[in-house]
Design a protein around this ligand. Structure first.
Ligand code: PLP
Length: 438
């Protein structure tokens, strides 16, 4: 298997001559294992998508039932799995977001949200934040505001970059969360004015920034962005591919702030990636644009029955097992306090932030100066301290999610309190390795 993989599989984001991926034999709940019987507690939820845990029997059965009944059908036909998934999503979506366009994943969802916004407004620019990830298709990578974009430049035109809030490393020299929020909003306003609001179709943002650091918006920020968008007739696209469907303890992360975007994109947690699925939830006003005028886009697998059936089952399981409340409780009572306790013991922990099952530890060489443990976009010997930390986690049976100088604590929403405490105890030991570099 290893030989076939290395000879014939072309891997994401990798130098093909330097990969040796771990072969996985099986998984259940919060755990996965290899063929030699080594087990890991999944503090990554893979790519922060297995929200319902691995191999949930109801999801596996739901997919099998749907496959036996109707495995595939063109999106030109109606099918009950797609209709029911759309109905359930509209039911939990905020405001008048009542329609769903299904895609195969998050990048495509962002592509289509931007296209809808452009046609709806008749404007072409999109404002996207630094420190964001929106996917790897042509348009989505152009929206992305981090190093993964560089290899695809110059990319598609029409994207204007702005700084979002990040209190720990404020671009605005703010002294408090409130100040950060106010200055980030003023910066966004000036960006809009200088770009010409009549040219701007949408502001796109991750409600809670995911891969680029679990940046929870400071008080008033999202509400302020919504108000700016309203003032200038610009649409607000909330990318909830990572933050949605339980990760933050709500169906949609925007629910924490009571903000209603015009378009929400989702993927990952909707069905935990058991079958690829993503989509755009669309406001009535935007949907109305396409009432008598065809939408210029479509996908062979839009609303695929297997994907939609698994979404329906997954949303049912979230309700039956009271998962949203479980996530909120874990975040507030267990993960947050335990991680803050780690920060007290380990000089390498510079910042702890997050909510629900969506947390980051930012590792530093020096707490006073906040110098990152590894430089921005480090590789090779530069990256060694984080590589050592990651290796220590994996050797102890913990699978972490590591990006630059951060480790994210992003287990499945279904993880038990006991498993969380066990995993954090393993993190505690691995942080000793990071402390040696402070
Ligand atoms: N948007 C966000 C916020 C993401 O985190 C991701 C993936 O990590 C994407 C979009 C892209 O999703 P996909 O890989 O399903 O295309």
């Amino acid at each position: 298997m290893r030989a076939a993989d290395r000879a014939h599989v072309f891997h994401s984001w990798s130098a093909q001559g330097h990969i040796d991926p771990l072969p996985i034999a099986g998984a259940a709940g919060s755990w996965f294992w290899d063929h030699a019987g080594n087990r890991w507690l999944d503090f990554s939820s893979q790519l922060v998508n297995v929200n319902i845990g691995h191999q949930h029997p109801k999801l596996v059965a739901g997919i099998a039932e749907q496959a036996a009944r109707l495995a595939t059908v063109s999106p030109a036909f109606a099918n009950d799995a797609r209709a029911e998934a759309a109905r359930l999503i509209a039911e939990v979506a905020p405001g008048d977001l009542n329609r769903v366009f299904f895609t195969n994943g998050g990048a495509e969802a962002n592509e289509h949200a931007v296209r809808m916004a452009r046609v709806h407004t008749g404007r072409h620019k999109v404002l996207a934040a630094y420190r964001s990830y929106h996917g790897a298709t042509a348009g989505a990578i152009a929206l992305t505001g981090e190093p993964r974009r560089w290899g695809s430049e110059p990319g598609t035109p029409g994207v204007v970059r702005y700084w979002g809030p990040y209190p720990y490393r404020s671009a605005f020299h703010a002294g408090s969360e409130e100040e950060e929020s106010a200055r980030a909003l003023e910066h966004l306003r000036q960006t809009m004015v200088m770009e010409g609001p009549h040219t701007i179709a949408a502001v796109v943002l991750e409600t809670v920034v995911g891969t680029n650091g679990i940046l929870v918006p400071p008080p008033g920020y999202l509400e302020g962005v919504r108000a700016l968008c309203d003032e200038f007739g610009v649409l607000l696209i909330a990318d909830e591919v990572m933050a949605g469907f339980g990760r933050c303890g709500e169906w949609f992360a925007v629910d924490h702030w009571g903000v209603v975007p015009d378009l929400i994109t989702f993927a990952k947690g909707i069905n935990s990636g058991y079958v690829p699925l993503g989509g755009v939830v669309i406001s009535d006003a935007v949907a109305d644009t396409f009432r008598d005028r065809p939408y210029p886009g479509g996908l062979t697998y839009s609303g695929h029955p297997l994907a939609c059936a698994s979404a329906v089952v997954s949303m049912g399981v979230f309700r039956e097992e009271n998962i949203l409340e479980h996530v909120r409780t874990l975040g507030e009572k267990v993960i947050g306090p335990e991680l803050r306790a780690l920060a007290e013991r380990h000089p390498s922990v510079g910042d702890v932030r997050g909510l629900g099952v969506f947390w980051a530890l930012e590792l530093v060489r020096d707490r006073e100066t906040r110098e990152p443990l590894v430089p921005f976009n480090a590789s090779g010997t530069d990256a060694a301290p984080m590589a050592e930390f990651t290796a220590a986690c994996k050797a102890s049976g913990l699978w972490p999610f590591v990006h630059f100088n951060r480790t994210h604590v992003v287990p499945p929403c279904t993880i038990t309190e006991e498993e969380v405490r066990y995993g954090i105890a393993l993190l505690d030991r691995a942080l000793d390795v990071a402390d040696r570099h402070t």
